[in-house]
Design a protein around this ligand. Sequence first.
Ligand code: SF4
Length: 694
Amino acid sequence: VIDHGQPEHSVLTTCAYCGVGCSFKAEMQGETVVRMVPWKDGGANEGHSCVKGRFAWGYATHSDRVTSPMIRDTIHEPWRKVSWEEAIGFAATRLKAIQARYGKNAIGGITSSRCTNEEVFVVQKMIRAAFGNNNVDTCARVCHSPTGYGLKQTFGTSAGTQDFRSVDQSDVLLVIGANPTDAHPVFGSRMKKRIRAGAKVIVVDPRRTDLVESPHIRAEHHLQLRPGTNVAIVNALAHVIVTEGLVNRAFVEERCDLTEFARWEAFISDPRHSPEAVEAITGVPAAEVRGAARLYATGGNAAIYYGLGVTEHSQGSTMVMGMANLAMVTGNIGRDGVGVNPLRGQNNVQGSCDMGSFPHEFSGYRHVSDDTVRALFEVVWGTALDPEPGLRIPNMFDASIGGSFRGLYVHGEDIAQSDPNTNHVAAALEAMECVIVQDLFLNETANYAHVFLPGTSFLEKDGTFTNAERRINRVRPAMRSQTGKHEWEVTCDLAAAMGYPMRYDSAAEIMDEIARLTPTFKGVSFDRLDREGSLQWPVNDAAPNGTPLMHVDGFVRGKGRFMLTDYVATEERASRFFPLLLTTGRILSQYNVGTQTRRTGNVAWHPEDILEIHPHDAEERGIRDGDLVSLASRKGATGLRAMISDRMPQGVVYTTFHHPVTGANVVTTENSDWATNCPEYKVTAVQVTLSNQT
Ligand code: SF4
């Protein structure tokens, strides 16, 4: 912790780590941060914070920061520092040469959930308008893309239903595949407070998290399922509700599509979905499932909160729809204390999705093939746009290996470390003729880059982030850009060099364009945000003051839609050679692949990734606490230290993914969600052996 003494002034801004979106006052001495103080009037945090937001900001001025543009002809040569003009010209020349040789669809880009809405908006605009295709995807592809799909299918919009305050009205919390006390600490504390005040909690997770058991907390039910069997559990919960007469008929009849409901009711009533029938699949005693279903259906206001333990599966989208079915069949949607709520991992996952980062959707989740919507963008942007959806991130990698995709702009994401099956990603990047990385540091992906464009930290940014409760918060610059440019300016320069001039005088002007083109943002402007603090979308004529709770009088799609959610086992199976299942998660002090937190004092709290292994599995392998072990899958191998722990059931091991030296994604597979290609990070068959035996 660095304390530079007394501040001279302060700047109100937003934490750039998780999707809680805490507001902070950056107390400054000139351009030096003295300390970060959680803001008491912050809509998301009300004066609270965690060790990341409070202490882990030093990366912004770390000596590893690269602040000059750099280029090189091949990835085997050293970098050359050049001017912005030369770097942009070099990048544009290469991208145009690729398009001349391989066609306009041979290039694309990836937007970042770490960047502001305004930065994301101009990147996707550049790709659609200057690159001339829809090959734009977001790093949310690898985390919450199933949320987007599943909630849109059932409710009609791709976002969580509640504001954070709503949890104070909950009587039952159903927490699925999420560990909020580590990954969303400020909201996790709010949940714990509510539980201590009497709310009951049901946890669906292979791991015994703090919400299962910690001081003053004991879950009513812990459904400790085998990784990969979420859908079997959610169906079993729904089966109990339907077959035991716990359906909220009045809600269903008033608010839901009755034809779809009848179809679903017949489907879910089938005995194959009963807790007894799936017990052997999930490993969860049927009586626990029955008890949990009764509590969720009859315990008062029941709210679902979920995380990547839901989405990062081959049935991630199915599971999201299964949870929406549960909420609708019990009438737990559309008022305080209930709902279906994704806990977003990154600060601006919600925003990067809202801003049109998907290859098939413009901002506001409108399909690129919709002639009316496309015409609106064509008029404002002054160019014809492609009606064909573009490539998703994994499709870009496959197309690169196949020879038809040759140029990639990677904005603020370390895909070589964070995407699954690292060896496949590396081969795809190596095959490209132009990789442009825009980031704070020379990350792992930069090893494959030809152009490095330095990015700005949140302390230099001017713009907005949108948190997990759809709250649009201002991010204000506490110091000048260390690179001499705003990131959106760099994007505009590249677009212009590609032949499509894009010009804005400020981030506020970009937000004005977002508001003009995006119905859910119609009433948003920097002036309003500066006056009112924050706004929760939709903000428009129907909801001029924003929307804390969604689907109050009706679903966005009209009638709520029950979806059939058949359980299909993942292809990833344990075997004689790979007898254990690996699943992954986060720890409080660290963040994602650690690019930022490892460059702060927080690293002292978690200097390496650890493999948690059940005592029985450890004993069978002669592993003791602290031993170095090899972790191998069908895809790759890595080494790390073991910790004997009964938080995991026998047959399941667990690790974090914060340190590149471990590189947990070396072992993860290419399996992905059937609807969105979100990778199945949470189920990998592995073998674990003492290092000196391999
Ligand atoms: Fe930042 Fe999330 Fe911690 Fe809040 S809870 S301070 S947003 S990391």
